[in-house]
Design a protein around this ligand. Structure first.
Ligand code: BJW
Ligand code: ZN
Length: 238
């Protein structure tokens, strides 16, 4: 039993605005690889090299192979205890806002309705010529790269390095983090900005911050409570 469980339930109960900020680690127990670290994505390539508009311009098929494989793998994955516990909090306590860096759709499949996806959605594809986006869950895709009706090449609807985050989503995220009195930072290395700046924004406004991760991060010393362990195992005890 988690020592701080009763304390955290009490805080959740009393909180006027709770933010749950998640990264790839929240999906790890579903069998989705994280980006960095030993079991990170994609053989010998770094995400910083693949997830860029430059890499896509140079070789769209190569980049699409990576996304197509991830989409295919995701069809076999299910939300885990962490995704489900967050939905339970939303229903039980209200005023819980999920802000995720993940593009996998597992929070939504678990039942989270109000979600702010900072880095886009792997199930959206967008035309590089006319800009039209569509939801597409076909995996594997029949043709790589996929082509829009206008003849333009379509790209994954995600945010790559050097690209701006969706403005409205970002502004909402900043707003919630500015007023949050309780924040859970779950399964993120907290090295990719501007997303990684959100916990410190909340902290600067006096928010109580709980980090859940299998290992400490650079931000751990700044937070109020560090719960070391797998997200699903830790959250299910709260
Ligand atoms: C567990 C667990 C378990 C494991 N339980 N925990 C120079 C040039 C250009 C830009 C920059 C630059 N220098 C800095 C920048 C900014 C750049 C940046 O931050 N770079 C840093 C890496 C240095 N950021 C950007 O470019 C962003 N845009 C931007 O800044 O716009 C303004 C601008 C415009 C133009 C020029 C300059 C600035 C955009 C960032 C987009 C990030 N996109 C990706 C890919 C998304 C699509 C996809 O999925 O393919 O987003 S990269 C990747 O990293 C993905 C993630 O969302 C993101 C964060 O990763 P995350 O989730 O933290 O995963 P990991 O793997 O890092 O960590 C997992 C954690 O889980 C670990 O801590 C584990 O311990 C833990 N864990 N199992 C709990 N079971
Ligand atoms: Zn088009």
């Amino acid at each position: 039993m988690l020592e701080q469980a009763a304390f955290l339930r009490d805080r959740l109960q009393k909180s006027r605005c709770t933010v749950v900020f998640t990264g790839a680690g929240v999906s790890a127990e579903s069998g989705v690889p994280t980006f960095r670290g030993q079991d990170g994505y994609w053989k010998n390539f770094r995400v910083e090299e693949l997830a860029t508009p430059q890499a896509f311009s140079k070789d769209p098929k190569f980049v699409w192979d990576w996304y197509d494989a991830r989409r295919l793998a995701l069809h076999t994955k299910e939300p885990n205890l962490a995704h489900k516990k967050i939905v339970e909090w939303e229903k039980q306590f209200g005023n819980v806002h999920v802000i995720t860096q993940n593009v996998d759709g597992l929070h939504q499949r678990a039942g989270t309705e109000k979600i702010h996806c900072l880095h886009g959605d792997i199930w959206e594809i967008r035309c590089t010529r006319c800009g039209i986006s569509e939801r597409n869950v076909e995996a594997p895709l029949s043709h790589l790269p996929p082509v829009c009706a206008c003849g333009g090449i379509q790209r994954p609807g995600v945010v790559w390095f050097g690209e701006m985050l969706p403005q409205e989503t970002w502004e909402e995220a900043e707003r919630f983090c500015s007023c949050a009195d309780l924040m859970f930072v779950i399964g993120t290395s907290a090295i990719v900005y501007p997303a990684a700046g959100l916990p410190m924004l909340a902290k600067s406004r006096g928010c109580y911050i709980v980090e859940v991760n299998i290992q400490p991060t650079e931000l751990t010393p700044h937070f109020d409570l560090f719960l070391q362990g797998k997200a699903g195992e830790v959250l299910s005890q709260i």
